[in-house]
Design a protein around this ligand. Sequence first.
Ligand SMILES: C[S@@+](CC[C@H](N)C(=O)[O-])C[C@H]1O[C@@H](n2cnc3c(N)ncnc32)[C@H](O)[C@@H]1O
Length: 196
Amino acid sequence: MNLKIYKYKQNYLDISKTDEIIKLNSEKNIILDIGSGEGEFLTELAIKNKNELHIGIEIKYGRIIKSLKRVDKIGLKNIKFIYGDINPIVESIFYSNNIKNIYINNPDPWPKDRHIKNRIIKSNLLNKLFQILIRNGEMIIKTDSSEYLEYMKKEINESKFKKWKSYKKNSLPLTKFQKDFKNTNKEIYALYLTKN
Ligand SMILES: C[S@@+](CC[C@H](N)C(=O)[O-])C[C@H]1O[C@@H](n2cnc3c(N)ncnc32)[C@H](O)[C@@H]1O
């Protein structure tokens, strides 16, 4: 196992440690960012909301290290990153339904037909996310792909989320990908889902 990640004890959440998982589940109103990339979006949120715990989950090691370096430099205590794949770990690490907000910014669109199976927005994952949210908890998903947007709507309609609408507000920080899109004037679509 790479050792670099263990340098960032304050912000790296090691899910192989039972005590860390127990502590996580004793927290209230967690903010979760799935596919958190290099962590800039979640870091901005954590700076603004000092009283809430922010958790980023990212499957790419290099991006986790960049995220950890970023928050370590600032000395932020209310943000942690998990290195792993959201699909197998979501239920095992969050079992006390204590998530207030979930953000999924620009999940990889996998536009080719033969790659569609790799998309993360599927009714199966959506149902697991529905489960871990608090009552009236919210989820916002953003994408620049109109094709993936339609696919997402279909998957949402097959999931436990019964309420969703297009998200119009513009108060969230922009992610690295969204800043790049902004320069090209590409539209970013957003969906707002609630658990109620
Ligand atoms: C297009 S990037 C967007 C990154 C960031 N959210 C942003 O908007 O700048 C998608 C991110 O999701 C991560 N990712 C893809 N599949 C994942 C999975 N199953 N679990 C966790 N992260 C995943 C990728 O490694 C990548 O960093």
